[in-house]
Design a protein around this ligand. Structure first.
Ligand code: COA
Length: 243
């Protein structure tokens, strides 16, 4: 498969649907896929006709995580090359924060390691009822490095530490209980559900949605007092716009 087709993109009404397309590798995230995701999210952000982004995947898995075979080929990299690679790819771990347009992950099958982080970096996650989530790094003798901050931010320290260190797979319903995902639906309804959510979002005032996401992002990162300062500025600005 050529590098150009590892990520498909199409529009459904005002939602941009990005589809991971390495099904024979369970959508393991190689360099091309990571760069493609970062670039297409930036493109969707800049496109005023687009109100939300959906990320789903071809084949029997959403994603089995970082491409461990490709990563092994980089073990001989110089420190400079390794730093350059890190700088170019860290954006995937904060994909959701690259745009103030809502991102919805629509996931099925294996949702593992970096694939799980890709899903939870979205603002909302819809999962099929047979989806399997987890962080298998320990089983491979790997430290859970880049996946750890995003997971702790999303579900808090206790559940995150358990997932990362016991490395047990969990079901979609358990992921829902932990707050890792938003909705569990029958496997054949995943994209329909995500599109329905995108339709609901599209019907609202887009300035209100995008301002809310900006404040949401600040509220997850900043201390309360600074979040309230940012929220207050946004509230005053929206009042001015609404006049
Ligand atoms: N990186 C690179 N390739 C991967 C991959 C990954 N993370 N996960 C799966 N693949 C590839 C396999 O090498 C195989 O390719 P091949 O047919 O060319 O050999 C193909 O995807 C299918 O995987 P396979 O292992 O045959 O499927 P399975 O149903 O028997 O097992 C998993 C599924 C998810 C349990 C198993 O693929 C797995 O453990 N993958 C690694 C998961 C992982 O550790 N992720 C965290 C990485 S840090």
């Amino acid at each position: 498969m050529s590098e150009e087709t590892v990520l498909l993109s199409r529009d459904e009404a005002s939602a941009r649907v990005l589809t991971l397309n390495r099904p024979d590798k369970l959508n393991a995230m190689n360099h091309a896929l990571v760069q493609g995701l970062i670039q297409t999210v930036d493109d969707a952000h800049a496109d005023e006709t687009i109100t939300s982004i959906i990320i789903n995947a071809e084949g029997r898995a959403f994603s089995a995580g970082a491409d461990i075979k490709e990563a092994a080929t980089r073990h001989g990299d110089s420190p400079e090359e390794a730093r350059r690679h890190f700088d170019g790819s860290r954006g995937i771990y904060e994909l959701g924060a690259r745009t103030d347009k809502p991102i919805i992950a629509a996931v099925h099958g294996y949702v593992l390691g970096g694939g799980c982080n890709l899903a939870i970096s979205a603002d909302m996650v819809v999962a099929g009822e047979t989806a399997v989530f987890g962080y298998p790094e320990m089983k491979r003798g790997l430290a859970a490095t880049m996946v750890t901050p995003g997971l702790v931010h999303r579900i808090g320290p206790k559940a995150a530490f358990e997932l990362l260190t016991l490395a047990e797979d969990i079901s979609a319903n358990r992921a829902l209980e932990l707050g890792l995902i938003n909705r569990v639906v029958p496997d054949d309804k995943i994209l329909d559900e995500a599109l329905a959510m995108a339709e609901t979002l599209a019907a609202y005032d887009q300035r209100a949605i995008r301002t809310t996401k900006r404040i949401f992002l600040k509220s997850t990162e900043l201390p309360l007092a600074q979040s309230l300062d940012a929220a207050g500025e946004a509230m005053l600005l929206m009042r001015e716009i609404g006049k």
